[in-house]
Design a protein around this ligand. Structure first.
Ligand code: GLN
Length: 321
C-alpha cells in the first residue's frame, strides 16, 4: 500500500495545532546542554506495519534518548539474561514519585529498585549490561540498538559531558544502590554507562521504528525479523503504561492510552499495537510513533508532544484501553 495522503495532511495539521502548547514547558535546565535547545520545536513521525512513514514538523533534528534509553537497556539486558534473572534484580512497581526521587528508597528500603524506568532502577539495569568494562557494556547496548534501527548510532559527547558534570543527584542515587548491594560494579562505572546511554543520538524516525517493533511484540513486520521475545515485550509495554511517562503515567494512560516512554530531551517513543476491531481508517494494524518537543513539563514529558498524542489517539482511536 502507498502512503495515505490523508494521514499525512492530518498529521501536519495536528502538529501546527499543537505547536502553541510548547509554552507549557521549558527545556531541561538541569542538564545545561539540553537547556540550550530551541523550545519551539515540535515534530512527529509515524510508521505503519508496511513501512510507510509519515513525518510532520521538526523531524530532521537529532536529539538524545535520555530516559527513553531506560526501556531499551531493559530490553537488551532481558534478551541476554532472560526476564526472570532481570526481574529478580529490579521490580515492576510504579512509585508515583519523580523519576530521580530518593524518597522511595529511604522510606521503603525495598529489596530491589521499584522499576527500571526510575533512575535508580535504570542505573541498576545499565550496570547489568553484559561486558567486563563500562565501554563493553555500553557497546553491547549500542549494537543492540543499531540492529533495531538498521544503521550505526553514536553518542553526543557534549550532552554526555554536560550531564556527567552536573549529575549530583544520580551520583547520590548510585551511592544508595551501592550501599544496598544492588550494584556489582563501581558507582562511577555505573554512572558512566547510564549517562552514555542517555546521550545516544536518535531522531523521530528511529523512535517510530522501535515503537513499531515493541507494538509488534519484538517482531519487525517490515523486515520480518524478530528482535526480542513476546514475554519481554509484554513486560516492557506494561512498564511503559504504568511508569513510562514518569509520575503522570496514570493521566497519560487515561487520556492517550498508548504504551510510551519519554525522556527529558523531549523525545517520546510510543508503541501502538494492532487493533483490528477499530472503526478508524488509520493504523488499525498498529504503528510506531516518535515525537520530539524539547519543552518539557514539570514531570519531564514533552508538553506539546503529550497534547499532540492525546489528540492523535482520540482522532484515530489508538488507545489500547
Ligand atoms: N539523563 C537524565 C537523568 O538521569 C534522564 C532523565 C529523564 O529523561 N527523565 O536525569
Amino acid at each position: 500500500m502507498q502512503n495515505n495522503p490523508h494521514i499525512q495532511e492530518q498529521l501536519e495539521k495536528w502538529v501546527e495545532e499543537n505547536r502553541g502548547h510548547v509554552v507549557l514547558g521549558t527545556t531541561a535546565q538541569y542538564i545545561p546542554a539540553l537547556g540550550n535547545e530551541d523550545p519551539a520545536q515540535l515534530g512527529i513521525c509515524m510508521i505503519d506495519e508496511e513501512g510507510n512513514y509519515y513525518a510532520a514538523g521538526d523531524t530532521e533534528k537529532e536529539f538524545t534518548l535520555q530516559s527513553v534509553s531506560k526501556a531499551l537497556s531493559f530490553i537488551a539486558v532481558c534478551c541476554h539474561y532472560g526476564l526472570d534473572y532481570v526481574l529478580e534484580r529490579v521490580d515492576v512497581e510504579p512509585t508515583g514519585e519523580a523519576f530521580n526521587s530518593i524518597i522511595p528508597f529511604e522510606i521503603h528500603r525495598p529489596n530491589k529498585p521499584f522499576n527500571p524506568f526510575i533512575n535508580a532502577g535504570a542505573i541498576t539495569v545499565s550496570a547489568l549490561l553484559p561486558g567486563q568494562t563500562p565501554q563493553k557494556k555500553f557497546q553491547f547496548l549500542l549494537e543492540f540498538l543499531e540492529k533495531l534501527v538498521g544503521h550505526p548510532l553514536e553518542m553526543d559527547q557534549e550532552v554526555y559531558d554536560s550531564e556527567w558534570q552536573t549529575s549530583h543527584r544520580n551520583r547520590a542515587l548510585a551511592y544508595y544502590l551501592k550501599e544496598a548491594n544492588f550494584l556489582d560494579i563501581e558507582v562511577e562505572e555505573a554512572l558512566d554507562i547510564y549517562i552514555s546511554q542517555c546521550a545516544i543520538k536518535i531522531n523521530v524516525k528511529d523512535l517510530a521504528l522501535i515503537g513499531l517493533i515493541i507494538g509488534y511484540d519484538g517482531y519487525n513486520p517490515i523486515t520480518k525479523e524478530r528482535h526480542f521475545s513476546d514475554d519481554i515485550a509484554q513486560v516492557v509495554k506494561v512498564l511503559m503504561v504504568t511508569c513510562g511517562m514518569y509520575n503522570s503515567s496514570g493521566n497519560f494512560a487515561a487520556h492517550v492510552g498508548i504504551p510510551a516512554k519519554s525522556g527529558v530531551s523531549g523525545g517520546i517513543l510510543a508503541a501502538v499495537p494492532p487493533k483490528l476491531h477499530s472503526q478508524t481508517y488509520a493504523f488499525r494494524a498498529g504503528a510506531g510513533i516518535g515525537v520530539y518537543g524539547p519543552a518539557i513539563d514539570v514531570q519531564g514529558n514533552s508538553a506539546a508532544g503529550t497534547m499532540m498524542l492525546k489528540q492523535i489517539s482520540k482522532e484515530w482511536d489508538l488507545s489500547i484501553f
